[in-house]
Design a protein around this ligand. Structure first.
Ligand code: MTE
Ligand code: MO
Length: 251
């Protein structure tokens, strides 16, 4: 590929322009000049335009892969890296942690799902579990490595017949907290409904009896003390999101 800026005859590039427009590349105001600069390709010939387009399409795919792919994994760590002591955080101090009776607690499910029957802790324990040692990153500027085990959210959503084309999964907590995530992040393999913290059942301050653990997002998405889950196409917001925190919150 060469890099000399040459005048482009519109008749030469028309079909390529149509392809680009179809791919949505021109919607954001992409110009030929910008394309030349980005790809370093000679746009005065068909082969040059093809090379530029190919470069752009790869660029497009790579960005999507990096930003939106379900398969983008958060880093995992050895047990020796686990942070001790582990830091508590919530929108209230730890002496105000809400406690429920695990024997009577139930997880509600609603929205675009086939099965809305609430789940007891005993029922949740019968589902296949998965363990992770990952980094929890708080927007306040600290992070810590912890170990959580529980049910992969994708398998739970499948189990309740959730519509995977729905936009959002919303989490409501019995301490008044809430948050929501996009469906691709909900289906990512490391997003789990955690029951255990460091191989023991969660205690109230760490989110008992059930919390979300999503290592590809900032800490405020990992909702503790869950009460219910809803699958919806209506933007649900969240406790911090409604006060201006970024909704997507990738970490
Ligand atoms: N129910 C509930 N979940 C919550 C919060 C909260 O206030 N209530 N705070 C969030 C924030 S901002 C952080 S950093 C983490 C802290 O989790 P930890 O106490 O396990 O470190 O919980 C998240 N989940
Ligand atoms: Mo946080």
């Amino acid at each position: 590929m060469t890099n000399k800026p040459v005048a482009v005859r519109p008749s030469d590039v028309k079909p390529e322009f149509d392809r680009m427009r179809r791919r949505g590349l021109l919607r954001g105001g992409f110009s030929l000049g910008a394309l030349t600069l980005l790809t370093g390709c000679d746009l005065s010939t068909h082969s040059g335009v093809d090379a530029a387009l190919e470069a752009m399409l790869r660029f497009d795919d790579r960005i999507q892969e990096a930003l939106f792919s379900k398969s983008r994994l958060a880093e995992t760590y050895p047990a020796s890296a686990i942070t001790k002591p582990f830091r508590f955080n919530a929108y209230y101090p730890d002496w105000q942690v809400r406690v429920v009776d695990p024997a009577t607690w139930q997880l509600g499910v609603s929205g675009l799902v086939q099965q809305t029957k609430p789940w007891t802790l005993a029922n949740l324990r019968t589902l296949p579990q998965q363990s992770q040692i990952t980094r929890h990153i708080c927007i306040e500027g600290w992070s810590q490595i912890g170990q959580w085990s529980g049910i992969p959210l994708h398998s739970f959503l499948k189990r309740i017949g959730a519509d995977p084309r729905a936009k959002y999964v919303n989490f409501t907590c019995f301490d008044g907290y809430s948050t929501s995530i996009d469906m691709p992040s909900a289906l990512q393999s490391q997003t789990i409904l955690a029951l255990d913290f460091e191989t023991k059942p969660l205690t109230p301050e760490w989110g008992a009896p059930l919390r979300l653990r999503i290592p590809t997002k900032l800490g405020y998405k990992s909702a503790k003390n869950l009460q219910s889950i809803a699958v919806t196409n209506t933007y649900p917001g969240g406790y911090w999101e409604n006060q201006g925190y970024d909704w997507f919150a990738g970490a």
